[in-house]
Design a protein around this ligand. Structure first.
Ligand code: SF4
Ligand code: SF4
Length: 168
């Protein structure tokens, strides 16, 4: 498994066109095959998570905007002893849909570790969001594969196991 986030970013960018073809391939599968592929994706994701020590990576916290709700904004601002308005100005950006989000890199990142791990926002807890129907989530997964070694590994194994032809 490739664990270096810089190498993962490079490889995933090189394989982007292939990953878009894989998305089309997934959409053509039968319902029975889709269920099998989803089961494999969940399994490969769990296995990659078990191999990866996120404290050696931190790539998601360096590059992803994290959506947060009002209660979380107030809680996080208090952690830095900042008024909410200052916290918003200094450490947040709106996402494309105007949803409030922590700016990247996250202000709470300490080295490769979360400095507020027990108190991190809900959106951080679910990352990298592997599971469910893969075909319908491929746009986000292709994007995430450029950041997260766990997603990259899951996707590479899934391409191998599903009968997809890579042409390389
Ligand atoms: S709150 Fe913690 S887990 Fe979430 S992005 Fe920031 S450093 Fe990462
Ligand atoms: S979830 Fe992915 S990107 Fe985030 S620290 Fe773990 S391996 Fe790195």
């Amino acid at each position: 498994m490739e664990k270096d986030p810089h190498t993962v970013a490079r490889l995933a960018a090189e394989r982007k066109e292939e990953n878009w073809r894989f998305r089309s391939f997934l959409k053509r599968q039968s319902l029975r095959r889709t269920r099998e592929i989803d089961r494999l994706a969940a399994q490969f994701g769990r296995e990659a998570e078990a191999q990866m020590d996120c404290t050696t990576c931190g790539a998601c916290c360096r590059s992803c905007h994290v959506p947060v709700d009002e209660a979380e904004v107030e809680r996080l601002a208090a952690r830095l002893n900042l008024p909410v308005s200052s916290f918003r100005e200094q450490h947040m950006d709106p996402l494309d849909d105007d949803e409030p989000a922590l700016r990247a890199p996250c202000v709470f990142l300490e080295g490769n570790r979360c400095g507020i791990y027990e108190d991190r926002p809900e959106a951080c807890r679910g990352y990298p969001y592997i599971g469910g129907n893969i075909a319908s989530r491929m746009i986000a997964i292709i994007e995430r594969a450029e950041t997260c070694p766990i997603v990259f590994e899951m996707l590479e194994r899934l391409k191998e196991a599903s009968g997809f032809h890579r042409y390389r």
